[in-house]
Design a protein. Structure first.
Length: 166
């Protein structure tokens, strides 16, 4: 029961401020059909656990199967670009995009911040549309060069570092 409350808290925090993408990202990333065995396994911290399977991700008990097409509910698009994995999860008609890095039995998860200062900086690189100002929900649709600028300028921030528990 406590663990479910912690998962809910993490997702509520992430849902309050969110930068959504119009399409899965990055546009020029290599589409992943399956994860290599070296990174497969279970990763966790005190509030979140992620299982990397051959052809799926399990995030807090929700399974997302890999697809090389535009993902729909229950699916996820994973693309490899600039030594990072980019995970695009459908949310209504938009996508939540997370950047991930595996290093020394750790999984670091990054996302774009949606606070006022971060949105001002983001506006320097890509057009930002406001979906809901009260809840701080924004939409971006970066081209290939714009997305690279987001990555190259470190606009994705670490939100969690999970340890491999296998």
């Amino acid at each position: 029961m406590k663990r479910n409350i912690l998962y809910l808290s993490v997702f509520i925090l992430l849902a309050c401020e969110q930068v959504y993408f119009a399409t899965p990202q990055p546009l020029k990333g290599t589409k992943i059909k399956s994860f290599i065995s070296d990174i497969q396994g279970n990763y966790a911290d005190s509030t979140l656990d992620v299982s990397v399977l051959n052809d799926a991700l399990v995030i807090a008990h929700d399974t997302f199967h890999l697809t090389t097409q535009t993902p729909v509910e229950g699916q996820v698009s994973v693309r490899f670009h600039k030594n990072f994995y980019f995970v695009s999860i459908p949310d209504s008609s938009f996508f939540s995009v997370y950047m991930a890095n595996f290093n020394e039995n750790k999984l670091a998860i990054y996302m774009l911040n949606a606070d006022e200062r971060s949105i001002d900086i983001l506006n320097r690189f890509v057009s930002v549309d406001t979906l809901n100002a009260k809840e701080e929900h924004y939409l971006i649709n970066p081209g290939k060069k714009e997305f690279d600028q987001l990555v190259d300028n470190d606009l994705f921030n670490v939100v969690s570092v999970l340890e491999k528990v296998d």
